[in-house]
Ligand binder design. Structure first.
Ligand code: PGA
Length: 240
């Protein structure tokens, strides 16, 4: 399957950053899909450029209402987004999002016609305790709603301890986890073989080729290295 290289700008970027999208358009690879998820304030302008597909970083489950500061999946769609990240560990950590909340957000994404990129991954303590596979099993059961398909859902395995740290799991650990995720999905969904499973956490130009060549790695979710078009393009060019 075609790999997806998705960039998560997190809380970074103002109007001046939109020039990066032009640079990405100029040199984007033909054989991989790409997506950029800028902050909510930039989504409409980013999408209007038509340079690259644009996604949100979060949505609220409800369509509308008295939820000050929140953004619905329908609003993201209206602004031109085609996808939304849900359940990123920074949301789970700083906003107390449970698996049930993440599942509701994924359903909201589907309702609005967006691809849901559902993030899962263990903390360092959980890995050191030998619980990484169990934690991810539980997160898949709780965060991935019934009805997930390759068209509406992409998984992103992001070990919390690898995000923004420059540390990554070993290749063997990534292969083990992605194979485990694939098996858990296959136990519930007929078309799990076609569902993308991205790896995220300190993906850089220097390690992208190695990681993207691993079994059951169908792309990458890139944080820090997605902020500059040159780095993002180098990662996208390493897709297999
Ligand atoms: P990082 O972030 O690439 O900066 O480690 C990845 C992510 O949080 O999606």
């Amino acid at each position: 399957m075609r790999q997806l290289i998705a960039g998560n700008w997190k809380m970074n970027g103002t109007g001046a950053s939109l020039a990066e999208l032009d640079a990405i358009r100029e040199a984007k690879p033909a054989d991989a899909d790409i997506l950029i998820c800028p902050p909510a304030t930039l989504i409409a302008r980013a999408a209007a450029k038509g340079a690259v597909p644009i996604g949100g970083q979060d949505c609220r489950a409800q369509v509308s209402g008295a939820f000050t500061g929140d953004v619905s999946a329908e609003m993201l769609k209206d602004a031109g987004a085609v996808a939304v990240i849900v359940g990123h560990s920074e949301r789970r950590q700083h906003h107390g999002e449970s698996d049930a909340v993440v599942a509701a957000k994924a359903r909201a994404a589907w309702r609005a016609g967006l691809l849901a990129i559902i993030c899962i991954g263990e903390t360092e303590a959980e890995r050191l305790g030998g619980h990484a596979l169990d934690v991810v099993t539980r997160q898949i059961a709780g965060s991935v709603p019934d009805g997930a398909s390759p068209e509406n859902t992409t998984l992103a395995y992001e070990p919390v301890w690898a995000i923004g740290t420059g540390r990554t799991p070993t290749n063997a650990e990534i292969v083990e986890m992605h194979g485990h995720i694939r098996a858990r999905l296959a136990a519930r969904f007929a078309d799990a073989a076609g569902m993308r499973i991205l790896y995220g956490g300190s993906v850089k130009p220097a390690n992208a080729r190695e990681i993207l060549a691993l079994a059951d790695v169908d792309g990458a979710l890139v944080g820090g290295a997605s902020l500059k078009a040159r780095d993002f393009l180098a990662i996208a060019a390493a897709s297999s």
